[in-house]
Design a protein around this ligand. Structure first.
Ligand SMILES: C[S@@+](CC[C@H](N)C(=O)[O-])C[C@H]1O[C@@H](n2cnc3c(N)ncnc32)[C@H](O)[C@@H]1O
Length: 252
């Protein structure tokens, strides 16, 4: 996808997020105790913008696409945008009350991303995801076959195999033909996600499969690490400055 296509996609999703009547509209419920919120794979911040998260202590969106994050910074002052990847979150342990990820986990190394989300969530914190069920990947494979697009057929077969691997072994594999540093995609089964989340200290794992495949879970309260120093919006901005994602454990 070109840069323009990517930004146009995110703008379209922003319009969907802002329109409760749209058939693709889905947003997390955010309560008064969700004072620190992280969106993994935020795009231009469409979900957070639509959730109206101003007046929170800390609202952060991370995305692997540099240009999307840059665009997000232009359109929202309420969100701290960080160009980083889900598999290596540049935040210290126990930072966030709520981590959300709307249709971004399917494009990550799922077990690594879940481990990172667990690490940065406070004990008792909540995770909210939307995922890709098998039927979506099957439909995409059928579409590719109809078009006779061999490259896409191969890629969709990889996505199907990756989802089966996640289901059976809890592991996913990088697309071997990528020119990027990493490219993952898989579909998710409830069993795979339950195993993955339970392994990383989540409980109260719930799924909803309808128009969307939604998953919610809590990090167990006893999954407690020593309390980290308090983080401020300024501290995070400073730590996010380097071009490459950095570990930000040493707070002021
Ligand atoms: C389908 S879009 C969803 C964007 C937004 N969450 C929404 O709901 O509209 C997936 C997003 O995940 C991001 N992404 C993919 N792999 C990622 C990774 N490993 N780490 C962080 N972001 C990633 C992409 O750049 C893209 O912006």
């Amino acid at each position: 996808m070109s840069l323009t296509d990517r930004i146009n996609y995110h703008l379209k999703e922003l319009a969907v997020a802002a329109n409760p009547a749209h058939s693709n509209h889905i947003l997390p419920t955010i309560g008064p105790t969700d004072q620190s919120i992280l969106d993994v794979g935020c795009g231009i911040g469409q979900t957070l913008i639509a959730c109206d998260v101003n007046l929170r202590n800390l609202v952060v969106g991370i995305d692997i696409e540099h240009d999307s994050v840059a665009y997000g910074r232009e359109i929202s002052d309420d969100i701290l945008f960080v160009n980083s990847c889900a598999e290596s979150l540049p935040f210290s342990d126990n930072r966030f009350d709520l981590v959300i990820s709307r249709v971004a986990l399917p494009y990550t190394n799922v077990p690594k991303a879940i481990a990172e989300i667990s690490r940065v969530l406070k004990p008792g914190g909540r995770a909210w995801f939307t995922l890709h069920p098998f039927r979506k990947t099957r439909e995409q494979l059928v579409d590719s076959a109809r078009l006779g697009d061999i490259k896409q057929i191969l890629f969709r077969l990889y996505v199907i195999a990756n989802g089966i691997s996640l289901h059976l072994t809890g592991r996913v594999f990088n697309w071997p033909l990528t020119r990027q540093a990493q490219q993952f995609e898989s579909w998710q089964s409830e069993r795979a996600m339950r195993d993955c989340l339970a392994k990383q200290g989540f409980d109260a794992i719930q799924f909803e499969q309808g128009r969307f495949f939604k998953c919610e879970a809590h990090k167990t309260a006893q999954h407690s690490e020593p309390q980290m120093p308090k983080i401020t919006r300024r501290t995070l901005s400073e730590q996010a400055k380097p071009a490459k994602p950095v570990a930000v454990d040493e707070t002021t």
